[in-house]
Design a protein around this ligand. Structure first.
Ligand SMILES: NC(=O)c1ccc[n+]([C@@H]2O[C@H](COP(=O)([O-])OP(=O)(O)OC[C@H]3O[C@@H](n4cnc5c(N)ncnc54)[C@H](O)[C@@H]3O)[C@@H](O)[C@H]2O)c1
Length: 389
């Protein structure tokens, strides 16, 4: 079966990510939908695309032989697009985040369960080198019982807000930070395979940006530029999640600070990664594992895959391609293609995606009530008879 992709949204991220769809060996063709004429023209020129639609609606109506949709439109409109694509019988690859409301998340899980169409959330942090290392160690018992973890996605957005694309669109630029917490939440949950049961969250008010982060200034009446949540996990442990959109250090950072278990801990300090074992100062052992997880620098200065990443499983055509975000996206996209081809359930399926998304949605509700602890609904596991990729 040839997979015909309808790629939606050729904005800032489009030019970097679309080559992974174009070059995959299972792909038949890639069509594009984009609202802005100059962007449609740029995509046609750069990638030689010939089947181009003026909008997602136009593509759904007329792209009859398109069997998969890859959504890369703005962060707050994925949920509705995913639901409409699934209802139209298409497999879906969706950029993060999954959706903005509990109801949309529930509807996506329900639709995927009933149709058995492939849904993949492009949560690249599932394939992050540190996450791979900690998942391997946790599943073999090396950490013992999980006690505590910290993760964050910090991305100062002052450069974004100066982009002309945001001018006049500030009503969605002030999105609650916790609505984009799947990077950080997924890192810890996918290591320990648990879900969040309760959350308490506090927000930080920043007066400098109150033209965007203030009641009445965005679609959510969100006053918070940074949010910090404490989450109770189904196994009894706790994690702390930071979602910061303002910080002094401008480069984006997504990482785990620590995983503490009853037998060992992982810790990161700047670019140094260590595993610590031992139960007293006399027998403490600190192993530097940085070389396994640190992205490699190629001779030409470009980024290469970290040693722990199984790059050999990727299509040969990806070998020559520039990698972004530590090289994790190609794995998510390849898993999407393999899931569509085989009908098997991908790792970042709708049920896992819901577990990565729902805590952030409820966390923001808690922040709006000044930290009141709230229960986080769990939508359960995928059907047991759906064989795994
Ligand atoms: N690490 C990551 O996983 C990562 C990194 C970067 C971006 N992303 C995701 O990629 C997505 C795109 O990000 P971006 O920075 O390129 O956004 P952007 O705002 O620059 O571009 C979005 C594009 O979607 C188009 N669009 C919106 N509605 C449409 C419609 N109905 N039909 C056709 N086109 C439509 C817009 O015109 C725009 O060009 C976001 O969801 C973002 O979260 C993920």
């Amino acid at each position: 079966m040839k997979i015909n992709i309808g790629f939606v949204g050729y904005g800032c991220f489009g030019p970097s990510i679309i080559p992974y769809f174009l070059k995959h060996p299972y792909v038949g063709k890639v069509a594009l939908a984009e609202l802005i004429p100059e962007r449609r023209a740029a995509a046609a020129e750069k990638f030689g695309l010939t089947e181009i639609y003026n909008s997602f609606d136009d593509m759904l109506e007329h792209g009859k032989d398109i069997n998969c949709i890859a959504i890369h439109a703005q962060r707050h409109i994925h949920g509705d697009m995913v639901i409409r694509a699934l209802k139209a019988g298409k497999h879906v690859y969706s950029a993060v985040p999954m959706a903005m409301t509990r109801e949309e998340v529930e509807q996506i899980v329900d639709l995927v369960g009933r149709t058995r169409l492939t849904y993949v959330l492009g949560e690249n942090r599932f394939y992050d080198p540190t996450v791979l290392l900690c998942r391997e160690m946790y599943s073999s018992g090396g950490f013992g019982k999980f006690l505590y973890g910290e993760a964050q996605y910090t991305h100062d957005m002052s450069h974004f807000t100066s982009y002309k694309i945001y001018k006049g669109r500030d009503n969605w630029a002030g999105k609650p930070p916790m609505f984009y917490s799947t990077h950080s939440v997924s890192m810890i949950l996918s290591i320990i395979n648990e879900h969040v049961t309760r959350v308490s969250c506090m927000g930080c008010i920043d007066k400098e940006w109150d033209h965007m982060f203030a009641p009445g200034k965005n679609l959510w009446d969100n006053p918070y530029i940074n949010e910090t949540a404490i989450m109770r996990l189904s196994g009894g442990g706790v994690m702390r999640i930071n979602e910061f959109r303002r910080r002094v250090w401008k480069s984006p950072q997504t990482y785990i600070n620590c995983i503490n278990g009853t037998k060992a801990s992982y810790e990161r300090s700047m670019d140094m990664h260590t595993i610590q074992t031992g139960s007293s100062m006399d027998d403490i052992r600190i192993e530097d594992v940085s070389e396994r997880v640190r992205p490699v620098r190629n001779k030409d200065g470009s980024a290469g895959y970290a040693a722990i990443m199984p790059a050999e499983r990727l299509p040969e055509a990806y070998g020559e391609m520039k990698i972004h975000h530590d090289g994790a996206h190609p794995f998510a996209i390849d898993d999407f293609f393999r899931a569509v081809r085989t009908g098997k359930l991908p790792p970042v399926n709708a049920w896992n995606a819901a577990r990565y998304m729902m805590p952030g949605i409820i966390a923001h509700q808690s922040a709006m009530r000044d930290g009141e602890p709230l229960a986080v609904p769990d939508l359960g596991n995928p059907p047991a008879d759906w064989s795994r990729l």
